[in-house]
Design a protein around this ligand. Structure first.
Ligand code: C2E
Ligand code: MG
Ligand code: MG
Ligand code: MG
Length: 288
């Protein structure tokens, strides 16, 4: 029992994925089992629309409840899933689960678009794109896909064509981690994206750095000029939120508002938010 308790709390990073090919294969095999045996779960982190003061969407972030290692975060297995070629299975699982959860939310009166992270290599995987389009169209789901610009670089032509296919069936494409990877304004111009997410690298130190506010402000202006809405990720303080609001940032996401949480906690958060709205509305009418 002692050993179990210790392994559940020890940093998984050191045990799970080494640099070696056999580690990748082992984790990939374990992930196939994890998908089959329902060891994966989704945590949801809401995005708040600043001007409308409403939660219009949430991002689904995968977690792995590993039978021996406890809760494992995506940073410790997505890379192996990509290299070990189970990322297509994992992502299809994620999309299915998000569609199910969206139905649950809708039944409770919460109409939320759910965003899913899509690895770059999948944008060149025709079987994945076909399966995904079929799944989303059949379910009539309201989804968004988050992709990094870097993911487009390997095979820009098929990536852009496939993102367009997603956009054509109503999936909103968001550019994730903007500014942190290999950014190219040439791709920014061509991608059928409607949202741009500024990487938390520029947001977490926003009010204690000289340069970050300048970078964030000019990124917001650039995105608006390209008719995209801007999301700031990694909003941790009221000071950052205030500054982002002044700068015209459209949406915010971060620990200040909510950590990524399981579906029941997301629903509780949404209920609470509705009550705030109700009390705000009644106060407004009371005051004439
Ligand atoms: P991401 O898509 O950029 O997600 C944002 C990450 O920042 C999440 O980490 C989230 O928990 C964390 N975060 C949110 N708010 C704050 C904040 O205020 N401060 C700080 N310091 N961090 C914050 P997480 O869940 O560990 O996910 C890490 C990355 O793993 C994600 O980055 C995404 O690239 C990838 N990922 C997650 N789920 C999936 C998935 O289903 N498929 C794929 N391909 N990748 C995924
Ligand atoms: Mg993301
Ligand atoms: Mg991000
Ligand atoms: Mg990130």
């Amino acid at each position: 029992a002692l050993v179990e308790a210790r392994s559940a709390h020890s940093p998984v990073r050191h045990h799970l994925v080494g640099p070696e090919a056999r580690d990748i294969r082992r984790v990939a095999d374990e992930l196939r089992t994890a998908i089959a045996e329902d060891q994966l779960l989704l945590a949801y982190q809401p995005k708040i629309h600043v001007r409308r003061q409403e939660i219009s969407s949430a991002e689904a972030l995968v977690r792995w409840h590993h039978p021996e290692r406890g809760l494992v975060l995506p940073g410790d297995f997505i890379g192996a899933a990509e290299d070990g070629e189970v990322i297509d299975l994992l992502t299809l699982w994620t999309i299915r689960r998000a569609i199910d959860d969206q139905r649950t939310l809708l039944a409770a009166g919460h109409d939320l678009r759910i965003f899913i992270n899509i690895s770059g290599q999948l944008l060149a995987d025709q079987a994945f794109v076909d399966a995904t389009c079929r799944l989303v169209a059949e379910a009539d789901a309201k989804l968004g896909f988050e992709v990094t610009e870097t993911s487009v670089i390997r095979d820009p032509e098929s990536a852009i064509a496939n993102l367009q296919r997603f956009a054509d069936i109503g999936i909103i494409v968001a550019i994730d981690d903007y500014g942190a990877g290999l950014s190219s304004l040439a791709y920014l111009k061509q991608l059928p994206a409607r949202e741009l997410k500024i990487d938390k690298l520029f947001v977490t130190q926003l009010t204690s750095s000289n340069r970050d506010p300048l970078i964030v402000r000019s990124t917001i202006d650039l995105a608006h000029a390209l008719e995209m809405e801007v999301v700031a990720e990694g909003v941790e303080t009221h000071a950052a939120l205030a500054l982002l609001t002044v700068m015209g940032c459209d949406m915010v996401q971060g620990f200040l508002i909510s950590r990524p949480v399981a579906l029941p906690a997301l629903m509780a958060f949404l209920e609470e938010d509705q009550h705030h709205h109700v009390s705000r509305d009644s106060r407004a009418s009371f005051n004439g």
